[in-house]
Structures are given as C-alpha cells and as structure tokens.
Design a protein around this ligand. Structure first.
Ligand code: SF4
Ligand code: SF4
Length: 106
C-alpha cells in the first residue's frame, strides 16, 4: 500500500475458484469445508490439494453463516464439530444464532 499497490479485493467465495479449478467438492467426500463463506484470492489452494478451507482469508462479501451451518448439518456433520470448524467466524451474530439453536433443541 505504501508503494501505491493496494491489495486486490475478492468479493466472491473460494468455491468459485474451486469450481474453476474443477475440484471435486470436499463436502461430498465427508470433509467439512468453509469455502462457501470465505473470501477468494488464494486460488482455492487448500481444496486443490484435498485440504478443506478453514477460512484464513476471512468472510466473503455477504457470507451467509447460518446457511453454511445448515449445509454442513445437512451433510451429516456433528453440530459441535461444525461450531469448532466455524470458530474463526464466531462473531456475536453467530454466537446468538448458536444460543438460539440450543434453546430450540431443548
Ligand atoms: S471443496 Fe470447499 S471450496 Fe471447493 S466447492 Fe467444495 S465447499 Fe467450495
Ligand atoms: S484456508 Fe485460506 S488458503 Fe486455504 S483455501 Fe481457505 S482461504 Fe484459501
């Protein structure tokens, strides 16, 4: 930035590049991946090598955390495992969502 080259902005999620790279989706192999809610820019380097995205680039624009939660749940992942996996995204909104979910399941 000092040299007048601001970082590039990638609004789309990692899944977009992952699909361009013709990877088989890890979710279909029973591996929880945060590609749908993570900002692109890394070239989907982890899924390219069979490793799930854990969200190091931060949330994609408009990332829908609750949809990701239900997607992972639908794929059969354990709720506690999902919460751990999504810990990087544990802002107050997500915390409130998990608390509400706990109340509903009682
Ligand atoms: S492997 Fe991950 S990044 Fe690739 S399409 Fe599936 S969920 Fe998205
Ligand atoms: S964990 Fe980071 S480097 Fe790996 S796919 Fe996700 S955003 Fe890219």
């Amino acid at each position: 930035m000092v040299q007048g080259a601001p970082p590039e902005y990638y609004p789309q999620p990692v899944c977009v590049t992952c699909k361009y790279n013709e990877n088989d989706c890890l979710l279909n192999r029973g591996i929880p991946c945060l590609g749908p809610i993570t900002a692109d820019g890394c070239g989907s380097v982890c899924p390219n090598h069979g490793v799930p995205c854990f969200g190091c680039w931060g949330p994609a624009e408009g990332a829908n955390l609750t949809s990701e939660f239900y997607l992972l749940k639908e794929k059969g992942f354990d709720v506690d495992a999902i919460k751990k996996r999504m810990a990087n995204y544990s802002g107050s909104k997500l915390h409130t969502f998990f608390e509400q979910l706990k109340k509903e399941s009682k």
